[in-house]
Design a protein around this ligand. Sequence first.
Ligand SMILES: CC(C)=CCC/C(C)=C/CC/C(C)=C/COP(=O)(O)O
Length: 246
Amino acid sequence: GGGRWRRSRRRRREAAAREGHALPGHASPPPCWDGDREEGKSCSQGRASRRVRIPTALLAADLWASRRLGVCAAEGSPCAAARPLLRLVEVSGHGLPWLLGTAYGLWRSGSAAAREVLLNLLFALLLDLVLVAVVKGLVRRPRPAHNKMDMFATISVDKYSFPSGHATRAALVCRFVLHHLVLAAPLRVLVVLWALVVSLSRVMLGRHNVTDVLFGLLLGYALYSVVQYCWLSPLSAPALFALWSH
Ligand SMILES: CC(C)=CCC/C(C)=C/CC/C(C)=C/COP(=O)(O)O
């Protein structure tokens, strides 16, 4: 009885997704996305080279959850009152303040140890920007249809959604700060909370789907290991550090 009904419902949902139309109660779940199309529309006529195929059920669940969680996506949304606050959170995870702040700290740094840490943070932030831009440009997943594109200081690939640049930066900075700064326990908790709130706010603001953020967090977490592996020091990059001794 129930099992057969569930199976046939799943088959209908998959068929609907293949054809690019929605079942009642579901956001249109397409089987693929194409950077030039709005997600949720069929891309059966899209250019093959641009298509990204992912499991239908995962995509349908992602779109459904993202739409449900996008409670601050626009003025008429259920939690629209929280939108200005979440936009402040958005600025706190934006690339520009982090890059400018780190560069300023580097310029003003008085000790060799601080200089080394800040130089590596700058390197990490730049690497993160490049990596996210490359993946966004390759995958070309459009932002959710319910996103209002009112983000400040974006670059061309920021019209794409996968992965979330804020989430990669949040995970990367969180690991970096926890590893290189001596902080009291409450501050360490705050840093982790900040990373989680920045990530969750991407979906609540309607900027991203859940999978964009989850992948972004994984990417940022992994990127920190790469930065640690390539750590710049007066020994490994003497020319770079010599800039300060003149
Ligand atoms: C030096 C240079 C090219 C700086 C660019 C800084 C900049 C404008 C970064 C973009 C940050 C941004 C809006 C990322 C998008 O984040 P998502 O979470 O929406 O993917």
